[in-house]
Design a protein around this ligand. Structure first.
Ligand SMILES: Nc1ncnc2c1ncn2[C@@H]1O[C@H](COP(=O)(O)OP(=O)(O)OP(=O)(O)O)[C@@H](O)[C@H]1O
Ligand SMILES: [Mg+2]
Length: 488
């Protein structure tokens, strides 16, 4: 694997300085840590060499830089790969697996309430973001503002009621509140409901505590919500219930429950900030939607935590690594996080096959198209591997710019035989010549299809590298780089 170590640059003066060289894309062109903080996209067809080519190089470079990692997993062998990468980079002690059968646990709700800047509103916003993604993947009208607002309000109030009753509630308790809300206005004010339902008991306990200030106001709002809820029509109530319960269910059903909703936290975003390489070994391709939500929750929490830390006290870069990123995109959070990532020293690395795939995962709507465009714009370094997707190739070809071509055309009416008389009389054969200037792509879409995908005999992956606002040493805004694959 010699070439990696030549191309991955080591021995910095200040390891976390943004000007720290990270890796080379040619003999004369270096990508720095600061540039990586502006986001990295690796795009290419399946088998184009994304993971084993540029992905491998950039992962090693960031491990060498001492960064903390959150690694999101889609494929079943991702965790093993990261364990090996950590070992080879001398970071074996930092490797931590989060997955079924392991000791690591994160109670998402408790952490989100107790983390710096944590609040009921912050947690509810997280659930809103997940509910939005959930409704897109189920195709159930993610754009309907009324239902989104209703679900957001229900989630907020249920968390609040659980907190009033349980102090540091778990997601299971939030769900118990949701399931025990009254069904009629009469029930809402009845003694039976207050005594026998979980939600009623939470509120009664809060009343007994004679709360003051913000907590007293919260109790009042929760009481008003219970009455409002009971007065809703059955249909409205059941849709609202289902929307919130769907999100809670992702965390509370099956293997995820023991990891993210067990009332216990032994591993959290704090560990990522402290330099651990946390690998979420709940691959989406095996555990499906619940695993996707578990990983999204982790990602949103790490993003929040990184963005509000004091970088002077802790300047260590934090990497959010998502291979098969289409499963882990959250447009509202990602775009916001990316816009301040450099300042916060957060490196987002996303790998995916194509633009349409991202759009599809976000619901396939025109809104999803805009979100994907915004997201890809925000990832400044683009490493474009072999691809045959016409939409993706067209989009990136446009990005790489055009150049002016002069096209010549000409015609002649001279026959095959020599015209002796015409020649004597001085007649010249009819001929014309014209030229036109046209702007044509510097890197036409079809050329992405020809880039090398690696494998034997050369084990070299080719990719076009583009960085917003940069002219490379070849005088262009793009260059074709070669990335060696590790041979085993
Ligand atoms: N270490 C290696 N030695 C030899 N061949 C390899 C090695 N790693 C990957 N390959 C081969 O190189 C090609 C590119 O593999 P890679 O997994 O990096 O592609 P990818 O773009 O990440 O694909 P996908 O989108 O399916 O994840 C594949 O044909 C793979 O079998
Ligand atoms: Mg891959």
């Amino acid at each position: 694997m010699g070439l990696f170590w030549r191309r991955t640059i080591r021995a910095p003066v200040n390891p976390f300085d943004l000007s720290r060289p990270l890796f080379r894309v040619s003999d004369a062109d270096i990508v720095t840590l600061g540039q990586a903080c502006e986001g990295v996209l690796i795009c290419g067809a399946t088998g184009a060499g994304k993971t084993s080519g540029p992905g491998d190089l950039i992962a090693r470079a960031l491990l060498n830089a001492g960064a903390g990692f959150l690694v999101l997993c889609a494929k079943t062998d991702e965790c093993e790969r990261w364990e090996r990468l950590c070992r080879e980079a001398g970071r074996a002690a930092d490797f931590v697996r989060f997955g079924p059968g392991g000791p690591a646990k994160l109670d998402v709700l408790q952490y989100a309430l107790s983390m710096p800047g944590g609040s009921i509103d912050a947690v509810a916003q997280l659930l809103d973001q997940l509910a939005d993604l959930s409704s897109r993947s189920s195709g159930s009208g993610g754009d309907d503002k009324f239902w989104q607002l209703l679900a957001a309000k229900i989630a907020r109030r249920c968390i609040a009621i659980a907190r009033l009753g349980a102090g540091a509630p778990t997601l299971a308790e939030v769900r118990r509140v949701l399931a025990s809300l009254p069904h009629t206005p009469e029930e809402a004010v009845s003694r039976e409901w207050a005594l026998n339902s979980f939600a009623g008991r939470c509120l009664a306990a809060a009343v007994d505590h004679k709360l003051t200030g913000a907590d007293a106001r919260l109790l009042e709002q929760c009481g008003a919500f219970v009455e409002e809820w009971a007065a809703l029509s059955d249909k409205t109530r059941s849709i609202g219930y289902t929307m919130v319960d769907n999100v809670l269910d992702r965390f509370l059903f099956g293997e995820m429950a023991g990891l993210v909703a067990a009332g216990e936290t032994t591993l959290s975003p704090e560990d990522v900030l402290a330099g651990k390489v946390v690998v979420l070994d709940v691959p989406v391709l095996r555990y499906r939607e619940p695993a996707r939500f578990t990983q999204l929750a982790w990602k949103l929490l790490v993003q929040r935590r990184v963005l509000q830390r004091d970088v002077r006290a802790n300047p260590r870069p934090v990497v959010i690594w998502s291979d098969e990123a289409q499963f882990f995109v959250c447009p509202s959070a990602d775009c916001m996080a990316q816009s301040v990532a450099r300042q916060a020293r957060m490196v987002t690395v996303m790998m995916t096959q194509s633009v349409p795939l991202l759009v599809q995962e976000l619901g396939g709507t025109p809104k999803a198209e805009q979100e994907v465009t915004a997201l890809l714009t925000n990832l400044q370094t683009k490493v474009l591997c072999q691809n045959t997707c016409p939409v993706t190739n067209e989009a990136f070809s446009k990005l790489l710019g055009e150049h002016r071509d002069v096209l010549y055309s000409g015609s002649s009416q001279m026959g095959n035989e020599f015209d002796f008389v015409g020649d004597l009389m001085g007649a010249t054969p009819a001929a014309s010549c014209s030229y036109s200037e046209q702007y044509r792509p510097q890197y036409p879409p079809w050329k992405f299809g020809l880039l090398s995908k690696g494998g034997p005999p050369g084990f070299a992956v080719e990719a076009v590298v583009f960085q917003g606002g940069r002219v490379w040493s070849n005088g262009r805004t793009w260059l074709v780089s070669t990335f060696e694959q590790p041979r085993r």
